[in-house]
Design a protein around this ligand. Structure first.
Ligand code: ATP
Length: 307
């Protein structure tokens, strides 16, 4: 019996590890369970691998469920290498744009194209290889911090992992951990703050080195020092890439090439920060409100959160 116990016990541990990994992946792609699978077209093509990629949303309509339209005739382009930010109140449809670009769902009307290729005609594998996502809430695997960063590109060398961590300003944080890069993190290890987790996600994206970057800003309030640090990392990560920022704080978007203001699934205004302030419309009102909140609070939890 004892001879049986050891292997069985070992199998039990392996089983629990696999269960946990599956749970992590399910959580990460939790969206997938909520809708029918998107399948590759029979004649789907690989997106030609190029460093410069332009994104075009043309008259995009979308509904998660029949009878409840979410996006209405959404039209915009992100020229190769540009940064476009999307702002608007909660529920306006901002994150839906990023889910459609990653093709978690297909559009109900209109089209989304990358370098002229309709997403529905591309293999999902080649599409997703071209896009790095820094999500709102990064899932950490119950493994080492090294493993968690390397997840961005599993064949990356240790040196490349360290370089990505440095570029995402994680190196000082990791150096102070009890076992450095071998420290276990995640639910059963060291818990990371929202800002630290988002920096892990930025390091993953830098390792993956994709031509397109989607940054879905954390809704949770970060302290102003962390917010500034992440803003700096983000601008670095966006350099030379086509970037879509789903923004909850207006401070993040001031330097974007163009800002889209969404309301009720429509783009109601667009332009640069300066042009939108001069237009004195919805964006200017959000900005004034944020400034007032900033003045009213010294600690920034409520700092300019618009959605
Ligand atoms: P927030 O700033 O709060 O993240 P958002 O502008 O990103 O909001 P979306 O997440 O794009 O808004 O949601 C737009 C609308 O779509 C909302 O009314 C939301 O309830 C609805 N919605 C989002 N996800 C789903 C889903 N999986 N199934 C059905 N409706 C959904």
């Amino acid at each position: 019996l004892i001879q049986l116990y050891m292997p069985l016990n070992f199998l039990g541990i392996v089983y629990r590890e696999i269960r946990q990994a599956l749970t992590d992946i399910e959580r990460m792609f939790g969206l997938l369970k909520q809708h029918r699978e998107i399948a590759d077209a029979a004649d789907a093509l690989d997106l030609p691998a190029e460093r410069r990629m332009a994104i075009e949303f043309a008259a995009v309509d979308f509904a998660y469920e029949a009878n409840r339209s979410i996006l209405h005739a959404v039209d915009f382009t992100v020229p190769a290498g540009h940064t476009v930010a999307v702002v608007g109140h909660s529920g306006a449809g901002k994150s839906t744009l990023s889910r459609l670009l990653y093709r978690f769902y297909d559009v109900s009307g209109g089209s989304i194209r990358i370098n002229g290729h309709d997403l529905r005609q591309l293999t999902q594998h080649s599409l997703r290889a071209a896009i790095g996502i820094v999500p709102q809430d990064t899932v950490l695997f119950n493994d080492t911090i090294r493993y968690n960063i390397r997840y961005g590109r599993p064949d990356a060398s240790d040196e490349e992992v360290v370089a990505a961590a440095r570029a995402a300003s994680l190196d000082a944080f990791i150096a102070a951990l009890p076992e450095g890069y071998d420290t276990r993190v995640g639910e059963r290890g060291l818990k990371l703050s929202g800002g630290e987790k988002q920096r892990v996600a930025i390091a993953r994206a830098l390792l993956k080195n994709p031509p397109i970057l989607i940054f879905d800003e954390a809704t949770s309030a970060l302290d102003s020092a962390t917010e500034r640090a992440i803003q700096g990392q983000l601008e670095l990560a966006a350099r030379g890439r086509t970037t879509l920022i789903i923004a909850h704080r207006l401070s993040t978007v001031m330097n974007a090439d163009s800002i889209l203001v969404m309301d009720g699934g429509r783009i109601v205004e667009r332009g640069t920060h300066a042009a939108l302030l001069a237009a004195n419309g919805a964006y200017a009102r959000m900005w004034t409100l944020q400034q007032r909140e900033n003045d009213a609070t010294t600690e920034p939890p409520a700092n300019g959160v618009v959605g």
